[in-house]
Design a protein around this ligand. Structure first.
Ligand SMILES: CC(C)(COP(=O)(O)OP(=O)(O)OC[C@H]1O[C@@H](n2cnc3c(N)ncnc32)[C@H](O)[C@@H]1OP(=O)(O)O)[C@@H](O)C(=O)NCCC(=O)NCCS
Length: 402
């Protein structure tokens, strides 16, 4: 009989994230090639892991057609040169796709069925516009199951501002600006670059270049600049391009392993999975989804929010992160939260983003032996949240020196 196993995040890498659309660096790059590049980069960095020992490859995409269709996990595994004996599957939970790849593969490891798995996601929002090519059942609106605005993520963010008037536009703007500044500081300190796999890209004239950094950053952001931006989701609204994650192309991948495989192969995991949870909320205010999913994950882990030393929260919208922080009594500028910035600055390629949060948390754990637990959490379209709690294997029980 297989025995329950610990689940470890051994390593993770991603492509640099590109601005979606014709002017973006990946306009002439296929979505599946982005994830293939990420897999190749991760397997090269973990060259001691026998490729034929990978039990499964789970790749998420929100839009599962065209170059994001055809059972991405399987096709990407073949294209990345993994042996034909390695199977693969595709996963879909909108923004939490890659997070669900990790929890699904993690669960398979946890029950002792798998030793090693790859889990990640990709979204080429330039080639696959958000909500494009879908046919929502008319009953959703006809029977008032959800408001039509629930399908527009920006409108749902405006609704959070409506519901919590003390979470003002000014607070959102400040949060959006901080994200830009923190990402640039992380770049300047060389924190993000080690986990990026460079991607060869072709521009509109057919000239080749190399993508090495996230393209959408705006380090020059000021509060004055943000205050003057249009509110695209509602006239005189409060959500702007400066407080929204931009439309983004990119891919992420992680290597997960069970306790026995870690010992046998001499792996040095970066994180241990403690618990995870998903939860549903009203689709009209989908951004508050990570509040109940975090409460569920904390309960499963027997922890409280005070046990969490580092937070990697996906910044779909500033207001949506602030609403979670407000719920748990955490300041908007708490240094434990997104210390290297977030999706407002680096971008949010929907089904890829969950693993980006994990990659950054893992890199921070390595520098912070004083922190035992970290949280990765995100909101999900149509009213969901996802949360995964991780333990730092480098935790040494000592308090951080001031
Ligand atoms: C918000 C959104 C509509 C903006 O799209 P866009 O208009 O194409 O975005 P742009 O990058 O062109 O920015 C719009 C303007 O704001 C400006 N701007 C954006 N960020 C800025 C910043 N930080 N500081 C100053 N100006 C900024 C741009 O320069 C641009 O100005 P211009 O119109 O004078 O050229 C789009 O990014 C979006 O839909 N985001 C949400 C995606 C989403 O729903 N994801 C899923 C989450 S669950």
């Amino acid at each position: 009989m297989a025995e329950m196993s610990d689940v470890f995040f051994v390593d993770g890498m991603r492509t640099p994230f590109g601005r979606a659309g014709e002017k973006g660096m990946y306009w002439n790059t296929r979505a599946d090639d982005l994830v293939v590049k990420a897999i190749i980069g991760l397997m090269e960095r973990n060259g001691d892991v026998p490729k034929d020992r990978i039990d499964d490859v789970a790749i998420a995409a929100t839009s599962q057609t065209g170059d994001q269709g055809l059972t991405l996990g399987r096709t990407a595994a073949i294209l990345a040169g993994l042996p034909m004996t390695v199977p693969g599957l595709a996963i879909e939970r909108m923004c939490a796709g890659a997070m669900t790849s990790v929890t699904t593969m993690g669960a398979s490891i946890g029950v002792g069925m798998y030793d090693l798995a790859l889990a990640g996601g990709v979204e080429h929002m330039g080639r696959h516009p958000i909500g494009g090519n879908v046919d929502p059942n008319p009953r959703f609106v006809a029977e008032k199951l959800v408001d039509p605005g629930a399908l527009n993520m920006g409108v749902t963010a405006e609704r959070i501002h409506d519901r919590f008037p003390h979470l003002t536009k000014e607070r959102s703007d400040r949060f959006g600006m901080a994200s830009q500044h923190k990402v640039q500081a992380a770049y300047d300190a060389g924190k993000l670059q080690p986990d990026l796999v460079p991607v060869a890209v072709k521009d509109a004239d057919g000239a080749w270049g190399l993508a090495t950094e996230d393209e959408g950053r705006r380090p020059e952001t000021t509060l004055e600049g943000l205050a003057s931006l249009k509110t695209p989701f509602r006239p005189h609204g409060r959500v702007t391009a400066g407080t929204s994650s931009p439309l983004t192309d990119g891919a992420t991948i992680s290597l997960l392993a069970g306790g026995d495989a870690v010992k046998e192969l001499g792996l040095r995991p970066k994180m241990r999975m403690v618990s995870f949870a998903f939860a549903g909320v009203q689709p009209e205010i989908m951004g508050i989804g990570p509040i109940p999913s975090t409460e569920k994950a904390l309960k499963k882990a027997g922890l409280t929010i005070d046990d969490i030393g580092l937070f990697e929260l996906n910044e779909a919208f500033a207001i949506q992160v602030i609403s979670l922080l407000d719920h748990f009594g955490i300041a908007d500028d708490d240094p434990r939260v997104n210390p290297w910035g977030g999706a407002i600055a680096v971008g949010h390629p929907l089904a890829a983003s969950g693993v980006r949060l994990m990659i950054q948390l893992a890199a921070q754990f390595a520098e912070r032996p004083d922190v035992r637990y970290g949280l990765t959490a995100m909101c999900v379209g149509l009213g969901q949240g996802g949360s995964v709690i991780w333990e730092n294997p480098f935790f040494d029980g000592k308090k951080k020196r001031k």
